[in-house]
Design a protein around this ligand. Structure first.
Ligand code: NIG
Ligand code: FE
Length: 436
């Protein structure tokens, strides 16, 4: 006879598979695709933490759960971590989308007063409550799509008051709902209209007033910048980042997105946590990122959305040993999409990443880029119980199936926050329909 079962809060069982990366450090190169796949794997949760991961038979014998969550033949994976989003905006930009389908470029639209500046007008006109309502709605959608931790940038305020308003909205949204928010100050997103032709004065304002206030009020963990020919050059970015670093903020950079600017090299030199986009990164930039251990955060939908031909050299980054994260870049201009499952499909198709590589990138590596690899990103005892149950029979379906939300349940900090009971099991219904 074994020991009597231990009382726990929650057992997730009935899965056909449990799939997870392992460890607390980001995984690159050949390690990226090495995940653990347990057939009929189950998960024991107590309080906010994962207590045990193992074969269902063993866990059912060892634990007496207060609640059982039936995965119904689905797949258990870690909660998704989206390491790059811009969710604090008011108003949308569908006209620009249409202009691009008719041949205008992102840059042309930006230079004629649209783009980021059109969202700046929206945020400046919106009050705190209105913005908060919009952000909460977006967070509810992220959660339904399986995102349990979200990096979220300001950057559509571009004045002290409007950037503080954006970051305060994020702080309050973080307290009001379960998705964990990691706030980033992106005051260096674009030169605001009142500083047109006086970019140096705006950089002064960022360095002398905005950054110190943001840091003093602990409203951001990271500082970001959009380094491009039409926004901030390398010297501007260096000034902003050196000040941010002095004030204790981590660094993430929109690097080499629309043109080769040397952003990757700068991110590596300054010890940034991440270098994001990287469509135009060259061999020198890749080597620098690899030497410095910077996480490349790739956004595979963005070039498609911008109708830009150049894509990030994902396989070359991986071959250089780098540990990429995958992200939506959710924003009203260059990617109005919140679904990480959709992003993973596109990463598989465009970057030729395996399902296992995609899973690691959107969980463990993204968590590590946010300084949270010890806490989230894998399903292992001791980590926070942030868990997604997919209504798909194995993790390969996560990239194989497009266009439908495959999330059946979401657990955050040990609490079941989403449960979509009515969705029929994908494997049951689909295989019944397709078998002869
Ligand atoms: O990541 N590159 C700068 N920022 C966003 C676009 C922001 C916008 O167009 O509103 C991006 O693509
Ligand atoms: Fe972005």
């Amino acid at each position: 006879m074994g020991a009597p079962p231990v009382s726990i809060d929650l057992l997730v069982a009935g899965a056909s598979e449990l799939a997870t990366a392992e460890g607390i450090r980001s995984r690159g190169g050949a390690e990226l695709g090495k995940i653990t796949v347990l057939q009929n794997g189950a998960l024991a949760i107590h309080g906010e933490r994962i207590l045990a991961v193992g074969p269902e038979r063993e866990l059912r014998a060892a634990y007496a759960p207060a609640r059982l969550l039936d995965a119904r033949g689905g797949t258990i994976v870690p909660g998704f971590v989206d390491a790059h989003t811009h969710p604090v905006f008011a108003g949308t930009r569908e006209e620009e989308f249409e202009l691009r389908t008719r041949g205008q470029t992102y840059l042309e639209i930006a230079q004629s007063g649209g783009g980021i500046l059109s969202s700046v007008r929206g945020v400046r006109a919106a009050g705190h409550e209105e913005l908060l309502g919009l952000v909460l709605l977006r967070l509810a959608r992220f959660l339904e799509l399986g995102t349990t931790t979200l990096e979220a940038k300001s950057g559509y305020g571009l004045s002290l008051a409007d950037e503080l308003k954006s970051l305060e909205v994020l702080a309050e949204a973080g307290r009001r709902q379960p998705v964990e928010i990691v706030p980033t100050f992106l005051g260096a997103h674009e030169v605001p209209p009142e500083f047109r032709g006086r970019k140096a004065d705006y950089v002064e304002l960022l360095v002398d007033e905005m950054l110190p206030k943001v840091a003093e009020r602990r409203l951001a963990e990271y500082c970001d910048a959009f380094t491009e020919a039409h926004t901030f050059d390398l010297a501007d970015t260096r000034r902003v980042f050196e000040r941010a670093r002095e004030l204790g903020l981590g660094l993430r950079l929109h690097a080499d997105q629309l043109s080769a600017q040397g952003g990757a090299e700068l991110a590596a030199e300054l010890g940034a946590a991440s270098a994001d986009h990287l469509e135009f990164v060259g061999a020198g930039g890749i080597a620098a990122l690899a030497r410095a251990g910077v996480v490349p955060v790739l956004c595979p939908l963005v070039p498609l959305y911008l109708r830009q031909e150049r894509e990030a050299p994902a396989r070359r980054l991986i071959e250089a040993g780098l540990a990429p994260a995958l992200s939506t870049d959710f924003n009203p201009g260059s990617c109005y999409l919140q679904s990480l499952p959709e992003v993973l499909s596109w990463a598989a198709l465009r970057y030729r990443m395996s399902a296992a590589e995609c899973l690691t990138a959107a969980t463990l590596n993204a968590a590590c880029s946010l300084g949270r690899g010890h806490e989230i990103g894998t399903l292992e005892p001791g980590k926070r119980a942030d868990v997604v149950v997919l209504d798909q029979p194995n993790h390969k379906h996560l990239v194989y199936e497009l266009g439908r939300n495959p999330v059946r349940a979401v657990i955050v900090r040990g609490r079941v926050e989403v449960e979509r009971g009515s969705t029929p099991s994908a494997l049951g219904s689909q295989s019944a329909l397709s078998s002869p």
